[in-house]
Write a protein of this length. Sequence first.
Length: 525
Amino acid sequence: MKRLIILATCTLFFFSCKESFLELYPETGITSSSFYKTTEHFNQALLASYEGFRYWVNNGLHIDEMRSDNVFYTLYSGDRGPYVAFEKPCLFIDDEDAANYGGGPIYNRWRYTYSNIAKLNTILDRIETAAEVGDEDRKKIIAEACFLRASYYFILVRSFGGVPLNLHEVVTAEEAFQARESLDNCYAQIMEDVNTAISNGLTVPVNFPADNSGRATMGAARMLRAYVHMSKPSPDYAAAEADLKAVTQMNYGLLDEYEAVFDPNNKNHKETILDVQYTEDGTGSQYARFSWKFIPKCENTADIMGVGGSNYAGTDYSGGWAVPTEEMINSYEPGDKRLLPSICVAEGTANGDAFTFERIVDDPRNYACPAGKAFRYMVRKYYHPPYTYSLKSKENFPVYRYAGALLLLAEALVQQNKNAEALPYINQVRQRAGLPALSSCTLQNVADEMRHELAFENRRWDDLKRTGLVKQVMTAHGERIKALYPWVKTTNNDGCYKIDDFRMIYAIPPRELDINYLLEQNPGY
């Protein structure tokens, strides 16, 4: 009864108001009906849709990189409130609770990837009737939007398996709810989108960095299609080979020095096929935070970063995540020039969980911690102090690099028993790393090279799945972790690091199951 009274009161109030009460200001404000008209409008919408890659970076740190044998994490009892979301995937004990944690990496992967797909659906639906957009601009916009939508669905299927395929702007409630498609159908749609992107003629960079500003190019589309060919249920390695050889005929090349690839003062160079773009001038919001997540949690961040800011709390910038393992350090071949630019040691003192930083030790090999000191291994690849703004940095994050294209090509060739043909491609990468050329090439050689070349780039977990090495590698990794950290075994009743088949993908967030009655949970969860 009370609800009816309130409704009646509101209704009377509404109709008793003057007409001016309903007038919307400002009259020149942009709305969805007035926006998608010009080429500039669509380009603005496209740029906003690249945001999905930023979430791939942040979420991938926890559910791609930390799902692998490259890294672990530093336990800090005072800052592990979101334990179910950020630690369980690393330990292979993730469940529906981990997937349902708001702000957690599994939940955010689903939520924000679909959010950006929705933006692209609007672009693709409305560009067809945009009379003010010329035919050439229309083709370019469709190409870029299809590349992005294919990229995001590829992220989703690798994370969750078959997912709902939302391909149009949602305008009714009924359109918002769809059942899951089969994995084959999802891959077919991804392939259709990336084929459209390629046939519509994305650009090929010629001058670096002028023509390589972080937007989709033909090289990025060919890389995506090669990954899709090699990851789908029935891989097509010959098709991937053709795409990757096309990339080698573009204008990309390896930089002379590995560490120069990640220098924030040297962005979008000839080795960059696609980077997630970040900048920081103190006024905008286009900055990165992952550099702060790779450093240890410490009492004196100003001494390690050049500017203060607590990295003890906050899921976007808390430190101590993705800590390189000693086994990862020892896995580098002697003389590998990639180790020192990738991993270092933060040395200091500890009082319980609290760590106070004192100095960086450049070489982590055979490091012996002095008496009375404490240390943390640390990813150095994205560490370029001094920083200017607290909890902010400007390093780009790689999506596709030319070195990765060469190694993926080597993998595609080995998978076709063309091992000898793979040698020139893998040896180019090894030569830059200061390593001797291989005289023969196996799938394990390629996997090892990818591990070190693409370390801490959110690639290792998917690489292990694609090459069928997950159970072998991650079971051994789990045994090492449990031996090093007894609390891992005792806290979880020795239930961790059981590499079950169903854990090749994650649980769908239960909130989504509650909202969409057509969805079904992945088996095992």
